[in-house]
Design a protein around this ligand. Sequence first.
Ligand SMILES: *Cc1c(COP(=O)(O)O)cnc(C)c1O
Length: 431
Amino acid sequence: MLFHSTRDPSLTATLSEALQRGLAPDGGLYVPAGLPAMTPADFDGLGGIAGVAPRFLAPFFAGDPLEPELAAIVTEAFNFPVPTVRLKTADDVSVLELFHGPTSAFKDFGARFLAACMGRLTRGSPRTLTILVATSGDTGGAVAAAFHGRPGIEVVVLYPRGLVSPRQELQLTCWGGNVRSLSVDGTFDDCQRLVKAAFADPLLAARRELSSANSINVGRLLPQACYYVHASLEGFRRTGRKVNFIVPSGNLGNVLACVWARRVGLPIGELLLTFNANRTVPDYLASGEWQPRASVATLASAMDVGNPSNMERLRHLHPDWAELAGAVSAVSVSDEQIRRRIQRDDSVLGQVWCPHTATAAEAYAHLSPQRRAAGPWVLVATAHPAKFPETVEPLIGRVVPVPAALARLLELPRQVTEVPATLEALASVLR
Ligand SMILES: *Cc1c(COP(=O)(O)O)cnc(C)c1O
């Protein structure tokens, strides 16, 4: 299959090229030239994410140099559990726990998959590949973890100083070796702008082989689609009905993967996107006017995005506003609602949410009884609550146990460079 730029269908790339370039040469984002058509029956006899992923991904890898490696890439990347856990309520609602990877957030799926692909593509290459990644908190840690120690690849992580949680920051700065962590004096949008500017800079591009690992890289979206394939088939086989998802959203990479899986033909029904106080998308769906703005800091910091990159892909798939507004719905959840939801679901359901997942739980709680009964519903749990103890622990009144993998990372020493939010500063680090 070929991929092409959202801005110009004549700018095509193979999967390998799209993975390595990140962004298309005209600044657009790579999208599949045509989505394949599949039905649930195509997955008969297959179960678990590692079971369904090779079948789902096969058409996207067809004809690419990576095609013979697909099975090995899936096995290497998806080496941790992806449980769906029923909530203790009368309705059919479960939690898709995407936080059992090495850095306890869903970003591990994309990062590990991309690393498995890139590791194979750069094998034997004389030039070092530099991966630039702007992070609002979780991407950078996942990418650093996935690429740390890989020969021929170095990683530069940019994160907004003071706007990530202390444990996220430890995960961003504990690596050393082939990973460099830059604490940027600015917001996530500044970090993202710097990465885009670096790609557009001919001098830098001549000196360095640059690639990106942000959710703009198509190599992160494809693996994310796999957990929607897995979870929707599980619910469909159990109930005979399409599965509705509630997805905590920021840059829209997670939900875009779900939109693609639905378009391919997986049994996915409603898609409800939840946002924090950064309400660019809910406002757009309500008004039809696209008004990106500066991000504001919230408790769900990994969703603090004012100008979500993947909107370009979503609008490419649904150019008509009314059609898009029919395809997905969106709500915005305040910090106060996040706090109350964490407290309430802990005491009533015995369920501890991270601040991001709490936005999905809050949206679910506000569905009408009829909509709730039209399940199965799946709340997408994007991070483990132990990543955000300063928010969660005072609300529930006890300590959240830290998963073993995360605990190991938190012990390592910090290595970080502070930089202003300018291209010159980034360029001098890259020199
Ligand atoms: C990145 C992230 C999100 C937002 O996902 P997008 O793909 O950017 O929409 C939500 N929750 C957590 C915990 C995240 O790390």
